[in-house]
Design a protein around this ligand. Sequence first.
Ligand code: ASP
Ligand code: MG
Length: 420
Amino acid sequence: MKVFKFGGASVSSTERIQQVAHILKSYQGEELLIVISAMGKTTNALEKVVEAFYDNKKDEALQLFEAIKHAHITTSKYLLVKNFNETLDRLTDFFTEVEWLLHDKPVQGFDYYYDQVVCIGELLSTVIVSAYLNEVGFSNHWVDVRDIIRTDDNFRDANIDWHYSSGKAENVVVPLLKEHKVIITQGFIGSTDEMESTTLGREGSDYTAAVFANLLNAEGQYIWKDVEGVMNADPKLFPDAQLLSELNYDEVIEMAYYGAQVIHPKTIKPLQNKGIPLYVKCFLDKELPGTVIHKKSLKGLPPIVVLKQNQALIQLHSLDFSFVGEKPVADLYQLLADSKIKPNLMQTGAVTIQVCLDNQTEKIEKLALAAAGIFDVQVETGLTLLTIRHYTQEVLQKMIAGKTVELLQQTPETVQVVLK
Ligand code: ASP
Ligand code: MG
């Protein structure tokens, strides 16, 4: 069997949902588990609903939710004829669940409500897509993933209970696959042992698909994206970016670590553990070969460029000009952990430490304040962090030409530069 994943952009309009059906035609008769995200920007819109609710702005929350309902009903009307009424009933059940909650006053933590509301996006999209595919003759069975994927109650970043979920995959999903061949289910969400909904972190649907691929010993995971495959640079910024037709797990983990937005970073491990290949395929042209990510060791990869915009560089200078020894470094690490800051790059010199990180004003101010007892602190913002894997001097020089280099760090494999 194969696991497919269609992201929000692949189900963002009626035309796109029709394109999903067109892609699936090539796989007619195969056993498929299809993981789907919320439509388009629905997750962002639902986040606004929870924020308003938690701010005690009930009317605003309900109003924002009304727009989400409307969008989903409109999409269903365009796509469905025979299955419209039944689908509307199912959507309405989900709408009602959220509305009940929105009528209450918040008494629990924000993250709890976030998950109860935001999970609806995936439930709505899968109900509609499943009904549409059934209507056009691609018969499939809809599964509520919350009955299968069990997590802890670390809301918004829940951890999977592999033991329980694996039992469910075996006892529920495998027989359903035998019976129906095609299962449609939600990415990104799960549920606790008390049947509370949870989410796995933004963009988590890739990860859900990888979890299923692992549990079901899939022959492959296929992620359908708006790009030709994985490129060696962002084609929007670098028009001569080239397709990487083959990558290995290690390279993709490195790329994700440096900030490439190819695949959700958690996705690789479940696949790597079972040696399951990941295919990144082009949603708009299913005939294109795309990229395969597997175990092979690879030689001769071209330079891979990752840019992280909106960076800040913190310069910490020892107050009395004494060397930056273990103690101040240890203190700094503690401060970073306390402020929940994950540095993208750090460099220690004789009397200074430099930390490059995403520019999150509030966190940086907090850190600067706390560090002021130990260091003289200076913050510079509006910077870019450039990472090149498999770099050559030529590519590096070309990329930094005309810019000011604030910091440069390199290994034989990877160079990182903070640029102004
Ligand atoms: N809908 C979720 C999000 O937008 C999950 C996903 O798309 O993978 O983050
Ligand atoms: Mg998405």
